[in-house]
Design a protein around this ligand. Structure first.
Ligand code: ATP
Ligand code: MG
Length: 443
């Protein structure tokens, strides 16, 4: 290969090594071209670095935001634990008083209103907490129409009267396999967005009907299978969503709202819930006209024709129960409920007293119900000691919302059942009866 004599092929001298400009115009052009390219590369590098720094700054902001949320979440869980106990006492005593009052007492109506408001408060707690939890695929069929009616009641009470809430819920819309808290939250989040989009006035249409998802529709949504579904539509005539942001609205922390109005988690949660239950969501929006969110949820195959509430209330149990809870009010409520169910109840508000009482007559008790969070000795420590005294004593452990417990560890400890506070009468009655009926080895 011969050496090229073409000066365009030989590398131009670097700018730093030049004292005087080359005479040859071609060499000069090559030199300028090289310097221009070098500058362009440098500019691109600077731009890329600036972009990265920007993104890092954003990520840092998001991280801090996320961290703040985590701290808030922990704080909220602590408050909720306390609030739950207060609420449980209020609901419990209201329930007891309702049963004691003559049916024609004028106070019945007022107390019923107190009870309903308390139940709403409890639901709000459940919803708030599920923000920080993942939806769990509960396999209990849930009647959809009553659930929607309940949420709409909450919504009507909380939104300004200038917002018209219209509903068209097919009464025979059927059941879904889902936990009620997730279903509440899904609907609430969609309706809250609709209300925000309306600002002060307008309408929100909530419709639920049965829809057969065909192959074509299923093909458009990865999580959807052809078959019978409940179709929920939430439509508003608000400001709508501009096409540029439509594909970002499900992103966690994507929001167009001011800090006090939204954090951008509502639709991310909706999406997660929908995916958990093998459903799908579609959003149609026209800026200036409004938005329609359509959710598909697969039908449960078996129907829940019976009313679980009515069934559970009739459950009765019999047995001697040692009830341990440091919250005296809660202990009294539970004692009352259990006595109404036909049980004999010994209450202890200190776990150490409970140990003494149990040690004195271990075979007198058929069941121990204990709270988890107690001073001096918590529920798990108490159960450990009681099991040493009498290994096969039946035990129910009650916990607040904020606690996640290792189920395997509880099983190893010999805990027969877990109850989540605030405990409702039917739930308590059913669990107590189930546990009392479970066989005790050696008896
Ligand atoms: N019905 C709607 N009408 C107009 N815009 C909507 C509607 N629903 C959602 N959006 C847009 O999608 C964005 C994301 O909604 P998302 O519910 O995830 O978060 P957010 O409402 O901003 O905050 P958060 O729900 O956490 O309080 C909203 O900020 C809004 O711009
Ligand atoms: Mg929202």
């Amino acid at each position: 290969m011969g050496e090229s004599t073409n000066h365009q092929d030989s590398p131009p001298p670097s700018l730093a090594s030049i004292d005087t400009l080359p005479d040859d115009p071609e060499v000069l052009k090559a030199l300028l071209r090289e310097q221009t390219e070098a500058f362009e590369a440098l500019a691109q590098q600077v731009e890329a670095t600036a972009r990265t720094a920007d993104q890092m700054g954003l990520r840092d902001e998001q991280f801090q935001h996320f961290h703040r949320l985590q701290v808030l979440g922990t704080l909220a869980e602590g408050i909720v634990h306390e609030f739950n106990n207060i609420l449980a006492a209020m609901l419990g005593f209201t329930e007891i008083t309702l049963t004691q009052l003559p049916a024609d007492s004028p106070a019945q109506h007022n107390l019923q209103a107190v009870y309903t408001a308390g139940q709403r408060a409890r639901e709000i707690i459940r919803q708030t907490l599920s923000y920080s939890r993942s939806a769990t695929a509960v396999s209990a069929p849930l009647a959809y129409a009553p659930m929607v009616t309940e949420v709409l009641g909450l919504l009507r009470a909380s939104l300004p009267k200038t917002i018209e809430i219209r509903d068209e819920i097919a009464p025979d819309v059927g059941t879904v396999l889902a936990d009620p808290a997730s279903m509440h939250q899904l609907l609430m989040n969609l309706c809250t967005n609709a209300a925000h989009a309306l600002n002060v006035s307008g309408f929100i249409d909530i419709k639920a009907d049965i829809c057969q998802v065909d192959e074509a529709l299923a093909a458009r949504h990865l999580s959807l299978q052809p078959g019978s579904h409940i179709r929920l539509r939430v439509q508003d005539n608000g400001h709508g969503i501009s096409p540029e942001i439509l594909d970002r609205i499900f992103d966690p922390f994507f929001t167009t709202k001011a800090a006090a109005q939204g954090i951008g988690l509502g639709l991310a949660i909706v999406k997660r819930i929908v995916n958990t239950y093998h459903g799908a969501i579609a959003v149609d929006s026209t800026p200036g006209t409004g938005t329609t969110c359509t959710v598909y949820l697969p039908h449960a195959t078996e129907s829940t024709a019976t009313s679980p509430q009515a069934e559970k209330h009739s459950v009765r149990g019999k047995g001697n129960i040692l009830l341990v809870d440091d919250e005296i009010m809660l202990a009294q409520v539970s004692k009352h409920i259990l006595e109404r169910l036909g049980c004999t109840v010994d209450v202890c508000t200190h776990s150490k007293t409970a140990v003494d009482r149990f040690r004195n007559a271990p075979h007198h008790f058929d069941l121990v119900i204990t709270d988890l969070t107690m001073p001096e000795m918590n529920g798990v420590q108490l159960i450990t000691i009681l099991k040493v005294i009498r290994p096969h004593i039946r035990v129910i452990l009650c916990t607040g919302f904020g606690h996640t417990l290792d189920e395997a560890a509880l099983e190893a400890l010999g805990v027969n059942a877990l109850l989540l506070k605030p405990i409702e009468t039917p739930e308590l009655a059913e669990t107590v009866q189930q546990v009392l009926q479970s066989p005790v080895p050696g008896q």
